[in-house]
Design a binder for this molecule. Structure first.
Ligand code: RTP
Ligand code: MG
Length: 137
């Protein structure tokens, strides 16, 4: 057993396109995974600067923050067996055209930036990111 927790964001494009139910449904149906926090929230710049600190200086950083603050997101914590790698697999590759069919990005995305979902990429990132969005946990 490898119980983990991860931070997942259904990004503003997912909310605008009515794909939140689809995304949450795929997560919920995985054996042994549980949603332990969930909030609809328009992310402010200060929060996003912390969250995307690793990308400061990249050419996509400014447009990424603009996009991520462009409307409400659904921010969640999901707990369960191998959930960190598991949600990354459900999401698919960063570029939706390179994400396999059956993945969220592969099935619904075309644009690299507007790729529907964020998921923590390691235990360290998950703990860091959960603290940013749900400091009480
Ligand atoms: P995420 O952090 O959102 O789960 O996605 P990721 O690990 O697959 O991708 P990452 O490299 O961490 O990039 C963060 C987000 O920035 C946007 N991006 N745009 N070349 C580009 O225009 C570009 N590259 C990345 C995407 O929204 C990506 O998810
Ligand atoms: Mg990332």
């Amino acid at each position: 057993m490898s119980q983990q927790r991860t931070l997942v964001i259904a990004k503003p494009d997912a909310v605008r396109r009515g794909l939140v139910g689809e995304i949450i449904g795929r997560i919920e149906r995985k054996a042994g995974w549980t949603l332990t926090a969930l909030e609809l929230r328009t992310l402010d710049r200060a929060t996003l600067e912390q969250h995307y600190a690793e990308h400061v200086g990249r050419d996509f950083y400014a447009p990424l923050l603009e996009f991520m603050s462009s409307g409400p997101s659904v921010v969640m914590v999901v707990e369960g067996e191998r959930v960190i790698e598991g949600v990354r697999v459900l999401a698919g590759a960063t570029d939706p055209l390179k994400a396999g069919p059956g993945s969220i990005r592969g099935d619904f995305g075309t644009i690299v930036r507007e790729n529907l979902v964020h998921a923590s990429d390691s235990e360290e990132s998950a703990e860091r990111e959960i603290k940013i969005f749900f400091p009480e946990r």
